[in-house]
Design a protein around this ligand. Structure first.
Ligand code: GCU
Length: 342
């Protein structure tokens, strides 16, 4: 098992390196990506499709950055896990072969357990609350710089994943008991494994890009995500039973290689911060419409949406906070997040 995993990682990283060598980081001829001759083009690894709000907002951010820095900096977004799944992308950003990536909160939990706090069910009440906490420097300053020395990664802030719910291949889940013994795909983190187990399911960690096939082939029976991913990944084709559990508001982070960030002049860094702020604001605005469109698309494709008593799910997941908050730093982050709730 371990050997297979290592091999997959090596081959993915090797494939990504070949691709990266072919793409090049600095655009010296000024024909795109890097803007003016000698401009620096940053590759950004994303696991979503080009229809997803994250792609749209990041692509616009790249254009705005190129304009604001007169072509000294630009961003090329690589969607669909082209540069690897999130766990690999995170390593590539750490070693500098990719400059930026979007990674889900549970991935960062594997580098610094303090990130677990923002991955907990019910730490955020809704998208608005989440965005106010994760872009409050007083709350997140130390957390976001905590990977700089250890991993050469700076966290810049995040995009919401909206509320996540459960969907299955076998029928609507109305209470946690309906998940008993079922194989539930989770993101690769201890918290998410514990979450599946608390729901009575058998936890199956898996990369996002493998999930369609996983559901189709019966390797897993169920998954949990937001409506936008359910639709853009076309998971409804193979797992059409959506149950509105809303068990947590998920979070994606934008990460960048710390050395690359340090290369920016003060002026370019200020421009970068400005276009990033505009990008997460645009993303939040796009999110509501994208969710409505996703539901319509999935329903047109045969998916059913079932309202459930979400309190029954909250009740079995609530004890995870006490289990996973084990240090004062984590408790302080949790308290700060909860105090910011309306
Ligand atoms: C969402 C999230 C991704 C994450 C995915 C998953 O789509 O935006 O960053 O990888 O969920 O469940 O793996």
């Amino acid at each position: 098992m371990r050997r297979t995993k290592t091999f997959t990682l090596i081959s993915t990283v090797a494939a990504a390196s070949l691709l990266l060598a072919a793409c090049g980081g600095d655009d010296t001829d000024g024909d795109g990506g890097g803007g003016e001759a000698g401009g620096k083009s940053m590759r950004l690894a994303l696991n979503q499709t080009e229809e997803h709000p994250s792609y749209i907002a990041l692509d616009n951010m790249g254009t705005a950055l190129e304009e604001a820095t007169d072509g000294r900096w630009s961003i090329d977004v690589y969607p669909n896990e082209t540069l690897g799944a999130q766990a690999e992308a995170m390593q590539l950003v750490a070693d500098g072969s990719v400059e930026m990536a979007i990674v889900s909160g549970p991935q960062l939990e594997n580098l610094n357990p303090d990130f677990v706090v923002f991955n907990l069910p019910k730490v955020f009440d809704d998208v608005e609350h989440q965005m106010s906490v994760i872009h409050d420097e007083e709350i997140t300053g130390d957390l976001y710089s905590s990977l700089e020395e250890s991993n050469n990664i700076t966290v810049l802030g995040g995009f919401t994943q909206g509320a996540r719910s459960v969907y299955t291949t076998f029928g609507p889940v109305e209470t946690p008991a309906d998940l008993a013994g079922m194989k539930l795909r989770v993101q690769e983190s201890d918290l998410h494994i514990a979450m599946a187990e608390a729901l009575g399911a058998s936890a199956t960690p898996m990369a996002y890009g493998e999930l369609y096939t996983g559901l189709q082939s019966g390797v897993v029976d169920a998954a949990e995500n937001n409506e936008v991913s359910f639709a853009t990944q076309r998971h409804y084709e193979v797992a059409p039973y959506w149950s509105q559990t809303n068990h947590l508001v998920g979070l994606d982070y934008l990460i960048i290689n710390t050395d690359v960030l340090a290369e920016m002049s003060d002026e370019d860094r200020a421009a970068f911060d400005e276009v990033w702020t505009a990008a997460y604001q645009e993303h939040t605005e796009l999110w509501t419409t994208a969710t409505e469109e996703a539901i319509a698309q999935a329903q047109a494709g045969g998916a059913t949406f079932t309202e459930v008593d979400s309190a029954a799910f909250d009740a079995v997941l609530a004890p995870l906070a006490a289990e996973f908050i084990t240090t004062e730093t984590q408790q302080a982050l949790f308290d700060a997040a909860r105090n910011a709730a309306r």
